[in-house]
Design a protein around this ligand. Structure first.
Ligand code: GLY
Ligand code: MN
Ligand code: MN
Length: 467
């Protein structure tokens, strides 16, 4: 074997074990499914409505370099179009909803520099739409559509060109409207309708989310295996992000949180520039985006490979709280049942350890002592956005879980000794633990999409430092 073959073999070994564990790539969302999503939305509209779905502009990172482009989740959800300068519209023509997608036109010079474009022809041929037009025609075409509608359904504040056109049409058409009743009279945000659709995941979406979670689980396992005293938080970040790319994701779903020691007590710590020291616990919150779907996993483990007694005491309370919360993720339960269950177990555990010297009822009260050490919610919807859409309290009533909803379950305890607002128990000083999984609600109970990621003390200790 040559040196090159040998070193290639070594590298491939580590990544390919994870790839194998992740399994084959699931199918992308089909055009039939996009069409059915569109129809479910259209069925809630009125015949004279004009629906406009916008996407953000590209944003500049520095000088003439852009951030990697990511379209709006609503655009991706309704038609799967990923490129910038896109607008999706739908209006009702004699009982049939007609969709038009405005796209970047073919432009050989731009394509030589920045990549191939499907253009108008490619869009009509391969995407779930009736018509495509060049984005250059947006002004004229959209104005024509606006004149004919009575309500515009558009989320303002995303695409300033569209906002301007809508605003203009509402203002300028008042004479026509008075004479003939033409032109838009109201603007409605369609988000609420789309969010309700997005909240319940289809079989195809669940396959993509499970795949996303499987990749994130492997990334955590690799990070555990590569953790040794002296390793940099940024080095573990490199392993995680490298694996995300190796598994063909578009990268992280949110900036990785990789905090060792006191950094673990900062909920959204993303500097990741510290060294992991012997005796510390490291908390990693990292998830990827696979074909538009996020995963969101947190694990906490000892840098040395072995939890101290004090660390294990807190870890076990958080794990027990997480398991109790997951068990509440059942059809018909209130969305906050997991939060209530987690808080109860955390409070009981801290009372037992003497960290909280209040009754259980007092500890759980709105100004009870649990808030000092557990200050966030236990979960959020997960989907195309990491903090996914969906109203938690529709009509001021708690949402009840239904099949196909996906929620994270992520209790934690954080003892920041650096905090001036609390007196931190010395035994747990600068210890931060969070355990987070992605849970699908099914008729048979909770299905932990991120279940490949180890979380018992014994399983974690058997992996840390073994790479
Ligand atoms: N990763 C951010 C969160 O868990 O909410
Ligand atoms: Mn989360
Ligand atoms: Mn998270």
């Amino acid at each position: 074997m040559t040196i090159t073959e040998y070193s290639l073999g070594l590298q491939r070994g580590m990544w390919d074990v994870s790839l194998e564990a992740v399994g084959p790539e699931p199918a992308k969302i089909s055009n039939e499914e996009f069409a059915s999503r569109q129809q479910r939305l259209f069925s809630q509209l009125r015949p004279n409505d004009l629906l406009i779905i916008t996407a953000p502009d590209e944003s500049t990172r520095s000088n003439d370099v852009h951030y990697p482009y990511r379209s709006s989740s609503d655009m991706l959800y309704l038609c799967g179009w990923e490129d910038p300068e896109a607008v999706f519209t739908a209006f009702n023509d004699d009982g049939k909803w007609v969709t038009t997608l405005f796209v970047q036109p073919k432009d050989i010079l731009q394509e030589i520099w920045e990549g191939r474009r499907p253009g108008v022809e490619g869009a009509v041929k391969n995407w779930p739409i009736d018509n495509a037009l060049s984005h250059d025609e947006l002004n004229d075409s959209l104005s024509n559509m606006l004149v004919k509608c009575s309500r515009v359904l558009v989320k303002l504040g995303v695409d300033s060109t569209v906002d301007g056109l809508v605003d203009n049409e509402i203002k300028s058409n008042s004479r026509e409207r008075q004479k003939f009743g033409l032109g838009p009279v109201s603007i409605i945000d369609p988000s609420r309708m789309i969010n309700e659709l997005r909240l319940r995941k289809s079989e195809a979406e669940i396959r993509l989310m499970r795949h996303s979670a499987k990749i994130a689980a492997q990334a955590h396992i690799q990070a555990m295996a590569h953790t040794k005293p002296g390793v940099g938080e940024w080095q573990l970040e490199g392993i995680i992000e490298g694996l995300f790319k190796y598994c063909k994701t578009s990268g992280t779903a949110y900036p990785c949180i990789i905090g060792s020691g006191e950094n673990a007590t900062i909920l959204h710590y993303t500097v990741n520039d510290d060294t992991c020291d012997d005796g510390e616990v490291i908390l990693i919150d990292a998830g990827c985006e696979y074909n538009g779907y996020a995963s969101d996993i947190t694990r906490s483990w000892p840098v040395s490979g072995k939890f101290s007694d004090a660390q294990a005491e807190i870890y076990q309370i958080v794990l027990d709280a997480q398991l109790a919360a997951i068990d509440e993720c059942r059809v018909g339960n209130s969305y906050d049942a997991p939060h209530k269950a987690a808080r109860r177990v955390l409070a009981e555990g801290l009372i037992k350890l003497g960290v909280i010297e209040q009754s259980l009822e007092e500890a759980l009260g709105s100004d009870g002592e649990l808030n000092k050490w557990y200050m966030h919610n236990t979960g959020h919807w997960l989907g195309m956005d990491v903090h996914d859409v969906g109203v938690y309290m529709p009509d001021n009533e708690p949402r009840l879980f239904e099949e196909g909803m996906v929620i994270t379950v992520e209790p934690g305890l954080y003892f920041g000794a650096w905090r001036p607002d609390v007196e931190c128990p010395e035994r747990y000083a600068n210890l931060g633990i969070r355990i987070e999984d992605d849970v699908l609600i099914t008729k048979d109970g909770p299905d932990v999409l991120s279940g490949d990621c180890p979380k018992t003390i014994a399983n974690i200790e058997s992996i840390v430092g073994t790479a």
